[in-house]
Design a protein around this ligand. Sequence first.
Ligand code: FAD
Length: 394
Amino acid sequence: MDVIVGGGVVGLSAAWRLSRAGRAVTVVDPAPAMGASHAAAGMLAPVSEVAYTERPLLRLGAASLRRWPSFAAELAADAGLAPAGDPAEAARAGLDLRADGTLDVAFGADDLAALDELAAYMEKLALPVERLTGRECRRLEPMLAPSVRGGLLAPGDAWVDPRRVTAALLAALERRGVPLVRARAGELLRDGGTVVGVRLEPPGGPPEIRAERVVLAAGAWSAGLADVPVRPVKGQIMRLRSAEPLLGRCVRGTVHGAPVYLVPRGDGELVVGATQEELGFDTRVTAGGLYELLRDARELVPGVTELEVADVVAGLRPGTPDNVPIIGPSATPGLVLATGHHRGGVLLAPLTAAILLGEETELAGLCSPARFDDTGAPRPVTPGRAATAHMEEP
Ligand code: FAD
């Protein structure tokens, strides 16, 4: 039996796929689906998210994006969202999964030069992107600011509503009879050097659960239970409500040196995100954070200031030293890691589950826990090691 510690998008996806594959699974979380997954915008955007230093992430993201349509269709069916209909259509309607691309826009000469460089880099990697003039950008998205001078369209990027995804995962787990224990794992139970379960808090419920494997999927809180180099990276984000959708696709840009993005939901909501702050476990929503988001979003799409504020929230991304998640068996027998998904846990959830199930072996080395030593420092790169795989070019 596997115990999954953490019921965010990563832990719930893992639990659902493991249960589907015939494993006995129990999920432990005092507040499932209320961590970073509750805050996330849900962009499935490996191409437009790519940074020059993050090629491993690009490979992982692209592989996971390919898995999303079937993952979502199966989830929609298992969650009962498609009682008599087409599961792919149910994924669109029930999970708000859309694949209409991301438009990255530029305002000034520097931004345009950066987009040109990015386009050249993408083309070198054979990634599908289209360079657009300002006018072409506005033809695609008429609500864009007149000052937009050019853009880069990543037509294959997609997005999904993470809150609907976690709700569907919880429903699917319930339908499969997977137990969800609403308690905190206080510590790992050990027998000699082997992890054999978890001790639960607070007392009152079952004191402990014994298991063959403990899968640590506690997001930003993972380092409280095991030696993993995971830290919280705060993100503030807001949801605005409009009667008519303002945008047809994700739009992003860099304003005042900070990235900002807008993600349209099928129900007319527009998500505006997100700050990146290194403030430990601080989840306060601040006036300054919201001001900056709105100020920058208005530069991209002036009409945002007319919209009603539906929701503001701060979440904690589980960051790692190299921004790549940590997935797979740890050095401690009985303990498996599925954490550190930083900015991409929604995107990477299907791939993470596939790695845990042993269905994805080629890319598993990129996420190997073995690339860090006991202190959380990267191991020196030597030929033949898992750490080497993580440095490979796509
Ligand atoms: P979480 O969702 O944080 O879940 C961890 C769970 O563990 C929580 O439910 C918590 O209660 C539980 N837990 C903690 N400690 C314990 C314990 N001791 N015992 C039991 N349970 C415990 N990703 C994308 O792919 N696309 C995006 O567009 C995107 N946008 C984002 C925007 C913002 C503002 C933020 C903050 C994040 C965004 N992310 C995005 C990142 C994404 O949200 C995370 O990578 C992802 O949610 C991580 O999932 P998780 O399940 O590991 O963690």
